[in-house]
Write a protein that binds this ligand. Structure first.
Ligand SMILES: [Zn+2]
Ligand SMILES: [Zn+2]
Length: 130
């Protein structure tokens, strides 16, 4: 299965309640530990119903102090626009997709969603629930 950008942060959804985050359709977890526990529960459910579990990785929501789960491995990579380390997710076997982040002046960096090839020096969460 190849990764598609379907899980990229969606644009503002007209149905989105005003006080919610952009991932409002996804389940929220108050901590990373709870997100891992949520992923474990999903795994149990998926495997009990005879399907194949696709690993889920917690990530901190950019819109609030809570966590969601993604099928993309989460980590950090160096943004090619500003040179800073930014949150990123694995877009494929050998590259990261840069997440939303800000420049020193507080403006959003235009490096968001750019792809950065893996130099072997990334800092990834293992995503392990073992
Ligand atoms: Zn959220
Ligand atoms: Zn940047």
């Amino acid at each position: 299965m190849t990764a598609t950008p379907a899980d990229l942060p969606p644009q503002r959804d007209p149905e989105q309640p005003a006080d919610s985050c952009r991932y409002w359709r996804k389940k929220e977890f108050v901590s990373k530990a709870q997100a891992y526990e949520g992923a474990r529960q999903i795994r149990l459910h998926v495997e009990l119903t005879g399907r194949t579990y696709d690993p889920l990785y917690p990530y901190l929501c950019p819109d609030g102090d809570h966590w969601h789960l993604s099928h993309y491995r989460q980590g950090e990579a160096t943004c090619s626009h500003c040179g800073e380390t930014a949150r990123a997710w694995r877009g494929g076997a050998d590259y990261w997709v840069i997440g939303e982040h800000s420049l020193a002046n507080g403006q959003p960096c235009s490096g968001e969603k750019t792809q950065v090839y893996d130099q072997g020096s990334f800092n990834a969460n293992s995503g392990s629930t073992q």
